[in-house]
Write a protein that binds this ligand. Sequence first.
Ligand code: NAD
Length: 506
Amino acid sequence: MLFDVICLPSSFRERRRRNLFRAVPDRENGMQIQGEPSFRQSVDLMFNRAVGLMDLSPGLEQKIRVCNSTYTVRFGVRLRGKIETFTGYRSVHSEHMEPVKGGIRYAMSVNQDEVEALAALMTYKCALVETPFGGSKGGLCIDPRAWDVHELELITRRFAYELIKRDLIHPAQNVPAPDMGTGEREMAWIADQYARMNTTDINAKACVTGKPPHAGGIQGRVEATGRGVQYALREFFRHPEDVALAKLSGTLDGKRVVVQGLGNVGYHAAKFLSEEDGCIITAAIERDGALVSDKGLNIEDIHQWMKKHGSIKGYPNATYVEDGAPLLEAECEILIPAAMEGVIHKGNAGGIKAPLIVEAANGPITFGGDEILRAKGTVIIPDMYANAGGVTVSYFEWVKNLSHIRFGRMQRRAEEARHHLLVAELERLSADKGLGWTMSPDFKDKYLRGAGELELVRSGLDDTMRGAYQAMREIWHGRADVEDLRVAAYIVAISRVASTYQSKGL
Ligand code: NAD
């Protein structure tokens, strides 16, 4: 064995290392990394690590850990002259608060283990960012790129029909949202399907979030998860002691960032961080390769290219690398896995050089990978916090749908009128006293403008991300037995869920 390691050429050793930890299909659990627990087991192990530091009764601990129910549906849709059968899931992890909430994913890798892991993460995420929901998740085994828009609509409406008739989509009981492979379009179809089946439900629009603004959605929802990643990083960099723990210093400006996945979450996070905070995106890893540039990638330009060509291949203004995954181990200050779960594992965690990882995707680091990174001192901003921007703004959308009024509609002009009064009075006093003070037009313009829906959504999201970080930080720095942000996040979330159960008499 030792002889092997010394004598094998490094490329061979590298290949063997990757093979040892490659994802393999498992009949029950879908794709699983060899030698690692499944995604669901990984979440439970992380839960156990935190709960071991808490003082909960074993019964309550178990009640919180388990997934309440998972519904599997198989349905047929007539497509291209024959009946195609699809398998879908909707899992409810915890109903300590209702409705339960969680996205619907479209991918071939969807399986029961995955939706249950994601539903559990939703419970903890909602508790951490104080959105009043239990955790749920859904998924459909489908390659959305294999079907045209009309076919996808038929499939989505049929899947929605199956869930709606069992109250697994319902404004008061179970409210889905977009996830990998789905977006505004699918949510609009689901909302319409619910409205057709519940013609007298005045709150029908609140049955799903992530809808386009013209179909009952809210400004700022599409970008919310990526925006939340940006706010999470900004909050982290407001604390020099935390930044120092990641062996970094200064601000986000000039930090080299590697991002994996340029979908909804990764594209928005990378775009905002590079355009607004001065980060340099040195590599973007996609499913069909990666783009690299030491000077920094133009994310919007790449996004436009991907929209037109369906791939990053052929993009002219960066170096293309066919095998993207090894770039997770590239030199950079911040690594943002924003594609899917299990991409950092026992097989590559040792090679990760980024001192700071922001889990924009759900579960991108396996339990085994997490152990290695923790031992190395890598700081990890955990998924349940880092990507909570989506559910936070979904919460605002749900409230908007239930209140049937756009945020800011009543206050905006009143606020502007009060600001006008103040500015006019200051200008009058300045003129009376001959002081000659004038306000810069830019300041005046910004100050006088009342907050519209988008400003209010951003303000609410920023406040939520700051508040949740403070809650994690108090535990992280306040308790000697808590070594990292993930354990801190779980402790905050589990204690909130436990309090809700306890106040219900459990
Ligand atoms: P998406 O489908 O919009 O984008 C995923 C991107 O990752 C795609 O561009 C895809 O090509 C790429 N990708 C897939 N496999 C890859 C691989 N092996 N290597 C590199 N790139 C790969 O999905 P999304 O909505 O951006 O979700 C991404 C992650 O964020 C998921 O884990 C999801 O659960 C999580 N998340 C999403 C939201 C949301 O609001 N959309 C909210 C919270 C968490």
